[in-house]
Design a protein around this ligand. Structure first.
Ligand code: PHE
Length: 447
């Protein structure tokens, strides 16, 4: 899963950070220490929605649909959410743009014919069968959560990078769009649950490529043990929980994949110790699909389970689905194109997706002198704000510092629709608008 941390994965895979599913920006120690910094409020100002530029046709229609979605309030888990509850243009502590608001309430994981819904139900089947229905399931919890729920309750340190405005969508200083389903662990424990699965949409500011999207879906699993469970095993509680966790997840992987190459990697999460990631071999690379571990005692103690132990996992539904269904690009999960949606149906896990077309990408490069505030996530937010899902990748291709100490970045933007051919005119329009907004919002000097 995209670790809540953007870690060294990117370096491993393509110099990207992720300790999380899609993304997972993550909670790895390396990213935490290297990038930790307090939230930088002024960044939020960068994303004041502006009047739509005289933009390309494709971009215009995306904007229109985002605006239409933004007009009506949505309801999630009994909570009504209106645009003005989430997008606060005048509030410097808010950094949620309209395209993100427009995703709230879509709940792709609750559609039985969608790859994410099919996967969710298959995982439910595994737990129902192996734990005789003991796991309680939640898939409709509101994604607006407090900073306390998202970070404090799961022991994320005050200076952890995942708390920054660069990584997380803040509605205001106390409220975020959850960046992981672990945000619900504490409240469910307090409510007395000992076995639960939480599925939901999660939100992370991120860079752009085929496996990263700022909204994706996770499933959290949590199981509590009492001393009676492990007393006869000859193990201590932690060792017992760790062994049960690995056995459970290896069983799940076999249930989903049959034979697949996988490996366990030791890692760090603030809320578990020991912590592990499971990686699966996909498209010539190791893909992190899940983070897990034995829950920190403090979380159990604070929530009414002193003397117990527990395990937890968080898995990235998009990443698993991409492997299972051969879906080559994470943007496809959001597609309403019949040629995509009609290929999947309830209960049919692992039907291989047949690409209906391969339209050519179009590459545009842009170079600029960066300033101290510049981050790749901010750049990607601007590009996505203009091009929506027509942008396939934003990649740093050149980086140098001159004698005066000025640093120049060159980014290559790949534009490609999964549904149609783009015209030169609309790509040129989009690129023009991207350049203007990058210059105006990020205050960088174009070269
Ligand atoms: N919340 C972690 C992430 O999003 C995943 C995780 C969940 C790890 C539970 C351990 C235990 O990266």
């Amino acid at each position: 899963m995209r670790p809540l941390i953007r870690s060294a994965c990117r370096l491993r895979a393509r110099v990207r950070a992720m300790a999380t599913l899609p993304a997972a920006a993550a909670f790895s120690p390396s990213s935490a220490s290297a990038a930790a910094r307090p939230p930088r409020l002024p960044l939020a100002r960068l994303f004041l929605p502006s009047a739509p530029p005289a933009a390309a046709r494709g971009a215009r229609s995306l904007r229109t649909s985002a605006a239409a979605a933004a007009a009506a309030a949505v309801e999630v888990g009994g909570v009504k959410i209106a645009r003005e509850d989430v997008v606060k243009e005048e509030d410097p502590t808010n950094n949620v743009p309209d395209p993100i608001y427009s995703k709230i309430g879509l709940q792709l994981h609750r559609s039985g014919n969608h790859p994410l819904g099919i996967l969710k139900n298959t995982i439910y089947d595994y737990f129902d069968k192996n734990f005789s229905g003991k796991f309680n399931k939640f898939d409709d919890l509101c994604p607006l959560v407090s900073v306390k729920q998202n970070f404090d309750d799961v022991l994320v340190p005050a200076d952890h990078v995942s708390r920054s405005y660069n990584d997380t969508y803040y509605v205001d200083a106390q409220t975020v769009l959850r960046c992981h389903t672990s945000a619900h662990q504490a409240e469910l424990l307090r409510d007395g649950h000992t076995h639960f699965l939480v599925t939901g949409d999660v939100y992370r500011r991120d860079s752009i490529d085929s496996t990263h999207y700022p909204v994706f879906h996770q499933m959290e699993g949590f199981r509590v043990f009492s001393p009676d469970d492990w007393s006869d095993s000859g193990m201590d509680g932690t060792a017992y929980a760790a062994a049960d966790l690995k056995k459970t997840l290896e069983g799940l992987a076999r249930h989903l994949f049959g034979a697949v190459e996988m490996r366990w990697v030791d890692t760090y999460f603030p809320f578990t110790n020991p912590s592990f990631e499971l990686e699966i071999y996909f498209q010539d690379d190791w893909l992190e699909v899940l983070g897990c571990g034995v829950t920190e005692q403090e979380i159990l103690k604070s929530n009414g389970r002193t003397d117990h132990v527990a395990w937890a996992f968080g898995l990235g539904l998009e990443r698993l689905s991409m492997v299972l269904f051969d879906i080559p690009d994470i943007r496809l999960f959001w597609s309403n194109d019949q040629r995509f949606t009609s290929q999947f149906s309830e209960g049919k896990l692992g039907v291989k997706f047949k690409p209906f077309s391969k339209f050519p990408p179009c590459y545009k490069d842009m170079s600029f002198w960066i300033n101290e505030e510049f981050t790749e996530n901010n750049l990607c937010e601007v590009v996505r704000g203009i091009a929506g899902d027509l942008v396939e990748e934003v990649k740093l291709i050149d980086n140098f510092t001159n004698k005066k100490g000025m640093t120049s970045h060159c980014y290559r933007i790949a534009y490609r629709s999964m549904e149609r051919s783009l015209t030169d005119e609309e790509i040129n329009d989009m690129q023009w608008n991207v350049r203007e907004e990058v210059k105006n919002k990020l205050k960088v000097e174009l070269r």
